[in-house]
Design a protein around this ligand. Structure first.
Ligand SMILES: Cc1cc2nc3c(=O)[nH]c(=O)nc-3n(C[C@H](O)[C@H](O)[C@H](O)COP(=O)(O)OP(=O)(O)OC[C@H]3O[C@@H](n4cnc5c(N)ncnc54)[C@H](O)[C@@H]3O)c2cc1C
Length: 336
């Protein structure tokens, strides 16, 4: 069924109230094909998962396709590993918890990232030292024009930091319908990143399992990040910028404590949140939106903000960071 002039407020974690000109849900590849065949070809398409990585700045003159393809299947299994295929509409965190509760390891550090399985390869989601590219095997995607299903392996997805081919060369050409991951039965646990180790100590757990790591990540995230159900947001609004060694050394001369992560390319990755905080934006409110008081990388909707208000705030922050540090911030959130 195709509906018209539907409010997208319940479908985006920023809680922005705009309308979609047309709206349809699909729970299978066949339903998706049917919507695509019967669509008004004049209207651009937008594929919507959990709406946790979008900022909607206007009523969308689009056909919004809401992905609700569910199901998780074990495809193959050895003594040490198993290969799992998940429907792209499965909620990412539920999928993580399902794997963790079975003792399978590989994605536990990415607990509590909102959104759908299908969006996980879009920007190669990552947190606490893990990225989906580390466990990714392949994905199936429907080509919007030919309606053919294609399988993409890891190389073809061209994963990078919050990047994939689906945000670049193949943008708007495919709908991801399933993603396949390989998980370990005797997982190597990674507690080195951020506060995971100290959180596990606070939890008082000595026999550390993937579930312990997942719980620790959930505790840390709940203490640091606003819950979109209470305060609209889309997580990190900006990417951590990559800069040349020369730019970094200039910043370091003024701020010896500037966090930085040397890259194989010789560049340095800076912490966008640190730059925004140093520039004095943390906790700042402008109208109905602002910069979160505990995490400067997160822009929030205090209620009733328009997408343009949030966008304007992000533009001011980008200009300020450019003038203070000579660094250009790039938005991680998809702007529509
Ligand atoms: C509180 C909070 C914390 C977050 N923390 C993190 C984090 O730690 N790490 C991280 O990487 N991200 C994080 N995010 C961002 C977000 O959760 C992820 O980017 C997530 O993968 C988005 O999933 P989604 O289903 O909501 O995508 P949506 O917002 O619905 O869509 C995002 C983009 O992907 C496209 N898309 C979605 N599904 C499909 C599909 N099946 N086929 C083709 N295109 C599709 C959409 O068209 C859109 O361009 C956070 C967000 C919030 C709100």
């Amino acid at each position: 069924m195709i509906e018209h002039n539907i409010s997208l407020k319940p479908y985006n974690t920023f809680g922005i109230d705009v309308q979609a000109k047309a709206f349809g849900r699909f729970t299978s590849v066949d339903e998706l094909k049917e919507l695509l065949v019967n669509r008004d070809r004049e209207m651009p398409l937008f594929i919507l998962g959990g709406g946790s990585n979008v900022l909607l700045t206007r009523d969308l003159p689009f056909f919004v396709l809401k992905n609700e393809i569910l199901g998780v299947d074990v495809m193959s299994e050895t003594d040490t590993h198993l290969v799992l295929k998940a429907g792209s509409g499965v909620e990412w965190h539920s999928f993580v918890r399902y794997t963790v509760e079975n003792g399978w390891g590989g994605i536990e550090n990415m607990s509590l990232i909102p959104g759908s399985v299908g969006a996980s390869p879009m920007q190669n989601i990552g947190a606490y030292g893990a990225e989906i590219k580390d466990t990714f095997v392949s994905l199936e995607a429907l080509h919007i024009e030919s309606l053919e299903l294609h399988t993409f392996n890891k190389e073809e997805c061209a994963f990078g930091y919050r990047e994939s081919v689906f945000k670049r060369a193949l943008k708007d050409q495919y709908v991801i319908v399933s993603v396949t991951y390989e998980l370990a039965k005797n997982p190597k646990i990674n507690t080195t990143y951020g506060a995971i180790q100290s959180e596990i100590e606070v939890m008082g757990v000595t026999d550390v399992t993937v579930d312990t790591v997942s719980q620790a990540v959930m505790n840390i995230r709940r203490s640091k990040l606003p819950d979109p159900k209470e305060l609209g947001n889309a997580g990190s609004f900006f990417k951590n910028p990559l800069v040349s060694k020369a730019v970094f050394e200039q910043i370091q001369a003024n701020y010896p404590d500037a966090p930085h992560y040397p890259q194989e390319t010789g560049e340095e990755k800076l912490a966008a949140g640190w730059l925004i905080e140093k520039a004095g934006w943390k906790g700042k409110r402008i109208g109905n939106c602002g910069v979160h008081e505990r995490q400067a990388l997160v822009l929030v909707n205090y209620g009733g903000a328009t997408g343009n208000e949030v966008y304007d705030l992000s533009t001011q922050i980008i200009a300020d960071i450019q003038s203070k540090f000579g660094v250009t911030l790039e938005r991680e959130v998809n702007i529509l």
